[in-house]
Design a protein around this ligand. Structure first.
Ligand SMILES: *Cc1c(COP(=O)(O)O)cnc(C)c1O
Length: 380
């Protein structure tokens, strides 16, 4: 009897459907990751060597861009793009960049960090991405760029965004942190604008075992400036063209990422199948499913539903051993860091932040776990 209870408690613990099981995700590549680690260890060369050269070439080829530049993280990637445009005389402090009002804060921090002004534009309630129809009303003589964020893994309406940018002579800087691999008509995330910032944060679709990021671009001059700024401002050792920073992707992370890049498309396909099951099998009028523009345009970094009483649903799922996360609980304009915006109203963004909940989704989630999530939601 007692044994039965103990076994029950033990299986209950294992029964928890994890939101994202990073341990199991990386265990899939254990032997190759160890090989890559040994190669770097034994090379005796840890910064700006062959591993980063190889990864940059592979990642550029994957995205279809001329350049990929490894940097320390995704926030730095965006900061460096804007900084390089300042150095090249394209942007100056006080200029404005259009960003979505419901993004992860880093998209907006990158603009502020450079002394430029983020101008918030509301998203579409169903795709969660910036609404191109609202962009032109926010363009002023100070506007220099649009920074679309492919939120949760789905590409923005880039045809319309690029059309508006061209008409008003604006740069387009993609925040591709969540959208590795997404494509529309053969063009891949990171190759839709003038430059793109990518993140290899462990939980992202292509995750390192630590921090990492990259910039992709087809612009030689911009690429060259970013390379130098990220390396103390030097093209040539001890010769400083810019007052630069140190933001590099190290050899070890580059080698580990090279292993995982080979499997990215296969992992995305697994996630797509799970997302398709959620989309077709979750049937509950209290739950609003995400709108998908085109299969290949979504790589499902997150599967985000909406419901009126979100906190109640989250508690219910936790009670059913299903782990969920809120992306994101507080809209940028309500953050303490942006006090100047606290009084402004962005009703769509506020509704999204109040109602969203991200369901468990990963390449290692098992069928019976997916069944359990669907069943719990349908019974809610
Ligand atoms: C993760 C993320 C970033 C920042 O990337 P880090 O590597 O964590 O610095 C930027 N924008 C978005 C949309 C992100 O999700």
């Amino acid at each position: 009897m007692i044994l039965c209870i103990i076994r029950d408690v033990a299986t209950k613990k294992n029964k928890m459907v994890k939101f994202l099981d990073l341990y199991s995700i990386n265990q899939q590549y254990k032997s190759e990751l160890k090989e890559a680690f040994e190669r770097v260890l034994d090379s005796g060369w840890y910064i700006l060597g062959n591993e980063i050269k190889q990864f940059e070439a592979d990642y550029a080829a994957y995205c279809g861009t001329k350049h990929a530049i490894g940097v320390a993280n995704g926030l730095d990637a965006l900061i460096l793009i804007i900084r390089a445009y300042k150095e090249l005389g394209v942007f100056e402090e006080g200029d404005e960049i259009i960003v979505p009002s419901n993004t992860f804060i880093a998209s907006i921090l990158a603009v502020s960090a450079n002394g430029l002004i983020p101008v918030l534009v509301e998203p579409d309630l169903y795709s969660y991405n910036i609404d191109p129809n609202l962009i032109e009303a926010k363009i002023t003589t100070k506007t220099k760029a649009i920074l679309p964020v492919h939120l949760y893994g789905q590409l923005c309406d880039m045809a319309n965004i690029n059309r508006i940018a061209k008409k008003h002579n604006l740069k387009v800087i993609e925040d591709a942190a969540q959208s590795q691999g997404a494509t529309i008509n053969g063009t891949r995330s990171g190759n839709f604008g003038d430059a793109a910032g990518h993140s290899f944060y462990p939980g992202k679709n292509l995750g390192a075992l630590g921090d990492g990021g990259a910039v992709t671009t087809n612009d030689d001059e911009l690429a060259s400036a970013i390379r130098a700024i990220a390396n103390y401002g030097s093209h040539i050792k001890y010769k400083n063209k810019y007052k630069g920073i140190n933001s590099r992707l190290d050899e070890l992370q580059a080698a580990l990422l090279g292993v995982k890049l080979k499997r990215l498309d296969a992992d995305t396909e697994i996630k797509r199948n799970i997302a398709n099951r959620y989309l077709s099998e979750i049937r509950n009028e209290k739950i609003k499913l995400p709108k998908v523009s085109e299969q290949s345009a979504h790589v499902w970094h997150l599967f985000v539903i909406r419901t009126e009483d979100r906190d109640h649903l989250q508690q219910y799922l936790t009670g059913n051993d299903i782990q969920t996360v809120i992306h994101y609980p507080i809209p940028p304009h309500k953050q303490e860091a942006y006090k100047e915006w606290n009084g402004l109203n962005y009703p769509v963004s506020e509704q999204i932040h109040a109602e969203v909940l991200s369901l468990p989704l990963s390449p290692v989630i098992r069928d019976e776990e997916v069944n359990k999530v669907i069943e719990a939601l349908n019974n809610y």
